[in-house]
Ligand binder design. Sequence first.
Ligand SMILES: Cc1cc2nc3c(=O)[nH]c(=O)nc-3n(C[C@H](O)[C@H](O)[C@H](O)COP(=O)(O)OP(=O)(O)OC[C@H]3O[C@@H](n4cnc5c(N)ncnc54)[C@H](O)[C@@H]3O)c2cc1C
Length: 396
Amino acid sequence: MKPYDVIVVGGGAAGMTAAIFAKRRGASVLLCEKMTKLGKKLLISGAGRCNLLNEKLDASFYGASARELVARIFEQFGKTAILDFFSELGLPVCSDETGRMFPVTNQAASVLRVLEMELERLEISSALNCAIKNIEKTGMHFSLKTEKGQIFHAKSIMLCGGGKSYPALGSDGNCYAFAEQFGHTLVEPVPGTVSLAAKNSWCHLLQGQKIRATVTSRIQGKDIRTVSGELLFTKYGLSGTAILDVSDEISIAINREHLQDIYVITDLIPFMGEVALVEELSRRFEKGIARSHLLEGLLPSRFFLPLKEILQKADASTIAHLLKHKEFKLQGTRGWNEAEFTAGGIPAVEVKPDTLESKRQRGLFFAGEILDVQGRRGGYNLAWAWASGAVAGNSI
Ligand SMILES: Cc1cc2nc3c(=O)[nH]c(=O)nc-3n(C[C@H](O)[C@H](O)[C@H](O)COP(=O)(O)OP(=O)(O)OC[C@H]3O[C@@H](n4cnc5c(N)ncnc54)[C@H](O)[C@@H]3O)c2cc1C
């Protein structure tokens, strides 16, 4: 069988985009996807709304080790190019008040559908239910063997198999081995954008309770990141957007570096400074408000449960200090089934920044989450998938 110009391994956001751009350049393309449908993860992204981009898109929103590569890729295919791409596919997008961008339909299915329509229009062959199990370089070409024993040949391949998060949707990390086989190293993948495990009676007593809070990650005594947002108490620990936003460094410290002494410090009254809170509590004491009602209007009533003992005996400054600096020692993170992203992957320095071609093996390209490029929550990971997919596809 005549070799394809390019075989794309993985039909997620990055793989579909790479296939479209390669085909637009006139290449013969085969898109192989191990699941029975393309873009399964895309469908659940942004809680089904697909936060596909952010108004503020630049390399500073990505992990330090990948920033140089991300900047080079966005020079070629940045926010305007991503918006033009979707506009041309017939997908208008809009932003929310924080700059996160969504399809106007508010449905991830619309994003997947316009991509599938373009794949169909370009007559790109998609092989579904087609897991690549083995890749070899024989002479000028790559030979790819599927789980069912089929063999395809290609002049170039694009590894777009994603990371390890949500393995039930197809990305289970199996594609790292293909890269390693061609001489690449691997930054150990750990769950990213993930809830945290804390054995703390507060979590048990408050499970299901959500509040606005400011949280700070503290690793071995050093404050790493402070974020304001939703804090959710769960039976296993802490979750909510603020926790997800500080989780990457914590996950790396716990799961990759095996460090101890990892904390999240929470400011449960972020709308008031500590001095003002002491004054407010002192006023409440002076008014003779019962200690059991001391925090009414400041925190949901359920907070009386974990605070009962301290409320009964402590003074205003002790209570205020606790509410502004409540510490949670962390035992771990939740696992891959709950992680929205993969921290780790093929190092950014091992690909050429203009093309995303491997520096180790000619004709091997990468795009999307398989690379060690961590974007912040807010549309940055899909932005990376579109941009890297387009640049890799355009490099054929
Ligand atoms: C719950 C959730 C919500 C998210 N929400 C957002 C959001 O709103 N905004 C945002 O920016 N990011 C979001 N993300 C992250 C974002 O969805 C991913 O970073 C992005 O989809 C990665 O795209 P990808 O194409 O690189 O990988 P994937 O989407 O994981 O696609 C990889 C594909 O490769 C296939 N594959 C793997 N191995 C093989 C093989 N051997 N042979 C053939 N096929 C293979 C897999 O089946 C899969 O379909 C979210 C993630 C999750 C889990």
